[in-house]
Design a protein around this ligand. Structure first.
Ligand code: MRU
Length: 359
């Protein structure tokens, strides 16, 4: 299956080449495939903030390369205190978006690498290798999770399934071919998927613009629906699994993900539909006891009030939280590259995090 999965890796959104970070501009998809090149930490932070690059693992990877670019500029200034100056770049990158913990996890890995520098070691080469390692390990994690998630689908239901997913968790959101969408791809390749229903994912439309584009490009049968059709779909379209990604999972198994995920979990519970969360261990924040303390990003109300730059709403304010928290007790299974956790709770999450990676 690994070979089949690798062959299915077609879309890429992040490339490190010629000393620059190249990002596929996700704001323009699927209309236009435009790549932008970044050569500064501040530029990468702005790309994350503006959602040129998005998706929890992808923004962690981008931030790691942003730090490489920051270090290069600081070293070029020839200041002996360059590591002190670099703190400014850590801060700018960390301030770009608040919810996905992968961003802070990746920056922490870069900081630890700096602290482990040996005398005479080239700091730039070391940081670049660390960022490339973060990218590669995310890709590997995707492959392991795809296999584990696919086996769960096979175990619980034999015949082809109708799967509902939310937001975009594919190649555009990761260093590989996806978390939740990776599982869906693997299950499709194994003949376990009849149709994927993709929530359009208001207001940024990651479902309509990105997930539908990725799946359609690979010939996976996909149908788009408005977010509010989810309960109706579960009742009428034989949905057997809801499969989503995560931006932060706390020590008790609560999951922050794209706004609308929580209501999917409530509806899934009501309809007896299984609910799977797929995320690498870099998304797990054991420092937070539960989802109450996860910072939830709120974006500009204009994302709701305007469409295509044109005001569509009446003269009112808009509240635009872009993530919500699904309590652990609504989740059937969390799939990570370290293994799976069925009916997550604090003890099982702690046990998972003690394990070595499977790959
Ligand atoms: O606002 P976004 O597009 O960055 O939100 C992305 C999500 O919520 C994804 O579901 C999550 O990051 C998992 S991606 C593998």
């Amino acid at each position: 299956m690994r070979e089949q999965l690798l062959a299915a890796e077609k879309v890429k959104a992040i490339e490190w080449r010629d000393g620059k970070l190249h990002l596929l501009d996700q704001r323009l998809l699927p209309r236009e495939e435009t790549w932008l090149a970044y050569d500064s930490a501040a530029g990468v932070a702005e790309a994350i903030r503006q959602m040129v690059v998005r998706g929890a693992p992808a923004i962690g990877i981008a931030a790691a390369f942003g730090l490489v670019l920051g270090a290069r500029a600081r070293l070029a200034e020839g200041d002996v205190d360059w590591q002190v100056e670099l703190e400014g770049d850590f801060t700018v990158l960390a301030d770009s978006r608040p919810t996905a913990v992968n961003l802070f996890w990746a920056l922490e890995r870069m900081r630890e690498r700096l602290q482990r520098l040996k005398a005479g070691e080239d700091p730039l080469l070391a940081l670049e290798a660390e960022a490339l390692g973060i990218l590669e390990s995310d890709r590997e994690a995707n492959l392991t999770m795809a296999q584990l998630g696919m086996e769960l689908i096979r175990k619980h239901q034999g015949s082809p399934q109708n799967i509902l997913t939310h937001c975009n968790t594919g190649a555009l959101a990761t260093g590989g071919f996806g978390t939740a969408l990776g599982v869906i791809r693997a299950a499709y390749l194994d003949g376990l998927v009849e149709r994927v229903y993709a929530d359009e994912t208001r207001p940024w439309l990651q479902g309509s613009r990105l997930t539908a584009w990725e799946l359609e490009g690979e010939g996976v049968p996909v149908t788009l629906n408005v977010d509010s059709a989810a309960a109706h779909l579960m009742k009428t379209r034989g949905i057997t699994w809801v499969i989503v990604g995560a931006d932060r999972i706390t020590a008790n198994g609560d999951v922050a993900n794209k706004i609308g995920t929580y209501q999917l979990a409530v509806c899934a519970m009501h309809h007896g539909v299984r609910f799977m969360v797929v995320a690498p261990s870099s998304t797990i924040d054991m420092g937070l006891e539960d989802g109450e303390d996860i910072p939830i990003e709120e974006r500009d109300g204009r994302e709701l009030l305007d469409v295509g730059g044109q005001r569509i709403a009446a003269n009112v304010d808009a509240y635009n939280p872009v993530f919500d928290v699904t309590p652990a007790d609504l989740i059937d299974v969390i799939v990570t590259e370290k293994g799976i956790v069925e009916r997550p709770d604090a003890a099982k999450m702690a046990q998972l995090m003690c394990r070595k990676r499977l790959h």
